[in-house]
Write a protein that binds this ligand. Structure first.
Ligand SMILES: [Cu+2]
Length: 335
């Protein structure tokens, strides 16, 4: 209906009212420049305002390689984006429409095409090969160097961890063998001799400097074990065991002394003090801790699916693990 109305009005208008005038084109050209300035200013503002939200120094052995790869990818993207945006907006201004100006017919240029193909090929191939090399190194989960074996068990909406006990071997487990009445929350096979000394906990303790092999399981849906401070993430898939391995290099106590972490804690606690003064909830002072999060939207309480991780000295870890009850002891107590 609108279209019909518009057509019926055509004759009433002056001949060229639908065609942009030189004045219109010039204004649009300047607006393009204005937009360029806007996105540059926005970039600077975001760097200034939000870089403090980035993660602190990586607390795992492979974390540094990961961060380097990420940094260089961003540096390259940033430089390319900075130059191409300037060119794009400048050309939009320079070649704006003008009365009597005709576009040049320019079929192709082999040399130009070669240049703009070969440069991205070299840069991208470099990044991809470097990325593959880093990935292969990080994902090399093996049993050399006597790693600590830890199971991470995901379910809606919490985490449970299991240590292999004195023999560092996890007993067989299957969701079908879960027996809540017998405190067998992870479905351990009670007939497996390796299961009796397993230790089931709700807080993860790791000795600094020792490699840890994580074996992940899920009870219900897809979850993802995400340990941001160690630059580690792996999906937890029902029906299979996935693995990730890393060596923690910084203890919780050391991490709390890092300037960037202290700043973050001070910032958060300033906000919490304000909330406390206003009588609002969630206003207790906060202390930094490493954390295991779920990074797959797995249901309505997904946001709160987390477990505390404590990295400590070998002695402190030994003292802690010795104070825990084994699966065998728990089951006997349940009987
Ligand atoms: Cu989850």
């Amino acid at each position: 209906m609108t279209k019909i109305f518009e057509f019926s009005q055509l004759k009433a208008k002056t001949a060229n009212s639908e065609v942009a005038s030189d004045e219109d084109n010039k204004n649009n050209g300047y607006l393009m420049f204005g937009f360029l300035v806007f996105i540059y200013l926005l970039t600077i503002f975001c760097f200034w305002k939000y870089s403090k939200f980035l993660l602190p120094e990586a607390a795992s052995e492979h974390g540094g390689d990961y961060d380097q790869l990420m940094l260089w990818s961003f540096v390259i993207i940033f430089i390319v984006q900075f130059i191409t945006q300037a060119l794009l907006h400048y050309f939009a201004f320079k070649y704006r429409g003008e009365e009597g100006k005709k576009a040049l017919f320019y079929a192709d240029n082999d040399r130009l095409e070669f240049i703009w193909t070969i440069i991205p090929v070299i840069v991208l191939a470099g990044l991809i090969i470097w990325g593959l090399y880093t990935w292969t190194n990080i994902m090399d989960v093996n049993e050399e160097d006597d790693p600590l074996i830890v199971e991470l068990y995901a379910q809606q909406f919490n985490w449970t961890a299991r240590y292999g006990g004195a023999d560092n071997v996890l007993g067989d487990a299957n969701v079908r063998m879960i027996d809540i009445d017998r405190a067998n929350v992870l479905g351990l096979d009670e007939s497996d001799p390796n299961a009796a000394d397993d230790i089931i906990v709700k807080e993860l303790h790791l000795p600094v400097g020792r490699k840890v092999n994580f074996k992940m399981r899920s009870q219900d849906v897809l979850h993802s074990a995400y340990m941001p401070h160690f630059r580690a993430q792996m999906n937890c898939v029902p029906g299979m065991i996935t693995e990730f391995s890393f060596t923690p290099t910084i203890t919780t106590a050391e991490m709390r002394q890092k300037p960037e972490v202290m700043e973050k804690v001070a910032r958060t606690n300033a906000i919490r003090a304000e909330r406390a003064a206003a009588g609002e909830p969630n206003s207790d002072p906060w202390e930094f801790d490493f954390i295991l999060l779920c990074n797959k939207i797995c249901g309505k309480s997904h946001y709160n699916m987390q477990m505390k991780i404590i990295v400590e000295s070998e002695e402190d870890y030994q003292a802690w693990i010795e104070s825990q009850t084994t699966f065998g002891e728990t089951v006997t107590a349940a009987e």
